[in-house]
Design a protein around this ligand. Structure first.
Ligand code: NAI
Ligand code: DG6
Length: 470
């Protein structure tokens, strides 16, 4: 199902190459004087320009031979080929469930009968279809993608049999392996590694990107990390100890206008956390303790069984409620936070079928307590793969959008630190000084409303005033 939408507004112009939209951006500024807050609304006029031509997109995965790398590649092939396969419960057809753009919808407004008209999210603006992505990548394990898909134990066997002829001739390129960064238990699979000085290895990676670009004929290449979780990066004075130094360290991305994203796919437990804690705090309920257990048995779990790699994951899974807590000084004094504990255990038998158990304890009225306990069986890589697709599709779209602020002669692209990708990341990255948002629906609304702005449409406000007046 694909919908063509056309905006009926003189402020929106469709040229052969672009969609050009005049947009009124409404914001407010707040000033405190003693106990009085003065709120000043303002409007600025922006012009959004979106390139209509969708490029041929290449995606290079670091960790291509892992569970996520093989699953996302297999899923795209299965969808492209329109595969169906038998399972013990019947025939299954390839789909993209779990992808924001492919499988969720946005509301355009009411139709003539007053009923809401919803369209696939992907149809708001011209976007690459995942079926058209060309994959390549690196892995420290030389296994071909057909065998690696079997090693991952994610997909039904009958689907693997159909995919193997297509996957077996895909082979990851040799990669940079720094043993101290990942768990020692990964050494056994590291048989595909670059040799030479660090400078020579970096040169080879750059040559690989160019080689892929030329040999595949793609117009654009996006590189995405889905390799093992590395140990947490130490704070190094002058490199990453202050926002200013960190920005200086990513100066090349800024200089070359290359987008960079945050860390760690927000796939299950953290996604629920960013909904549930937002719900509790915005309902005026005070979460006081959040305890999250996980056990899993895939290679990711084995890598995370090493303390330093677990520490990285613990941090990316723990900082995800700060914005919601800080937003409510009625419930939390300055600096106060709920207890937040994250546990991950490696249990080989459960494979990629991760178990996540969460307990949320909250303080309610008059000293009462509310405890929510949750058990979630998550087929991990099948939940992470659509998020990988959404990350690259949104990044690609953002490269085709530019904005001309009021009074400016020139169009600007988005900041190199692409904060709109926060929705897909457990540890979002935002430009220095920008608010960091983890709350799920605020993140989703940000994507939807920016895409609407590209069409000159106001933000989705859910007011339905036309139904609320006499
Ligand atoms: P995996 O262990 O199956 O795959 C990682 C791959 O990276 C392996 O094939 C490994 O050989 C390779 N690798 C390690 N170091 C490398 C390097 N320097 N260069 C190239 N390749 C290298 O793990 P999985 O399940 O695919 O997860 C990948 C990453 O995504 C992990 O960091 C994991 O924590 C994260 N993640 C996974 C989710 C999931 O549902 N599977 C969900 C959210 C995040
Ligand atoms: C242990 O939780 C393994 C991790 O790699 C997670 O499966 C992954 O980061 C997804 O985490 P979450 O919190 O988004 O479900």
């Amino acid at each position: 199902m694909t919908e063509n939408i056309r905006i009926n507004n003189p402020n929106v112009k469709y040229t052969d190459t672009h969609i050009e939209a005049q947009y009124c951006y409404h914001t407010t500024a707040v000033r405190r004087d003693g106990d009085t807050l003065t709120v000043t609304p303002s409007v600025s006029e922006l012009e959004f320009r979106t390139e209509r031509r969708v490029p041929r997109l290449g995606v290079m995965l670091v960790g291509w031979g892992g569970n996520n790398g093989t699953t996302v590649t297999a899923a795209v092939l299965a969808n492209r080929l329109g595969l169906t396969w038998r399972t013990k419960t019947g025939e299954q057809k390839a789909n993209y469930y779990g992808s924001l753009f492919q499988s969720s919808t946005v509301c355009l407004g009411p139709g003539p009968d007053g009923k809401e008209v919803n369209i696939p999210f992907r149809d708001l603006l011209p976007m690459v279809h995942p079926n058209d992505i060309v994959f390549d990548g690196w892995d420290i394990s030389s296994m071909d993608l057909g065998s690696a898909m079997e090693r991952a134990e994610v997909l039904d066997w009958s689907l693997q049999e159909k995919l193997r002829p297509h996957m077996s001739n895909l082979r990851p390129r040799a990669s940079i392996y720094i043993p101290e960064l990942i768990a020692a238990n990964q050494a056994g699979r590291a048989d595909n590694i670059l040799k030479g000085t660090m400078a020579e290895q970096v040169k080879q990676i750059r040559a690989d990107i160019q080689d892929f670009r030329h040999s595949s004929g793609v117009d654009k290449v996006i590189v995405l990390w889905t390799a093992n979780t590395e140990r947490f990066c130490d704070l190094t004075a002058g490199v990453n100890d202050t926002a200013k130094n960190l920005l200086a360290a990513i100066q090349l991305a800024v200089e070359r206008n290359v987008f960079i994203a945050g860390d760690d796919f927000k796939s299950v437990q953290t996604k629920i956390k960013s909904v549930l804690v937002d719900f509790l705090i915005s309902a005026g309920i005070k979460p006081t303790s959040i305890v999250s257990y996980n056990h899993l048995g895939n290679n990711d779990g084995m890598n995370l069984s090493a303390p330093q790699q677990f520490r990285s994951k613990e941090i990316s899974k723990s900082n995800v409620v700060d914005d919601m807590v800080n937003s409510n000084p009625i419930l939390y004094h300055k600096g106060e936070k709920p207890d937040h504990c994250v546990v991950i255990k490696y249990v080989p038998y459960v494979g990629d079928s991760k178990r996540a158990m969460d307990e949320y304890t909250s303080e309610i009225m008059m000293g009462g307590t509310n405890t929510i306990a949750m058990h979630n069986t998550c087929e991990d890589s099948l939940l992470a793969s659509p998020i990988i697709l959404d990350l690259v599709l949104l990044t690609e779209l953002c490269q085709r959008v530019c904005v001309r602020p009021q009074g400016s002669e020139t169009f600007q692209s988005f900041h190199s630190v692409l904060a709109i990708l926060s929705f897909m990341c457990k540890a979002p990255l935002v430009p220095p000084g920008a608010p960091l948002v983890n709350a799920y629906f605020r993140q989703r609304a940000c994507i939807e409303n920016i895409m609407r702005a590209c069409l000159g449409l106001p933000p989705q406000n859910h007011m339905h005033l036309e139904h609320k007046l006499q």
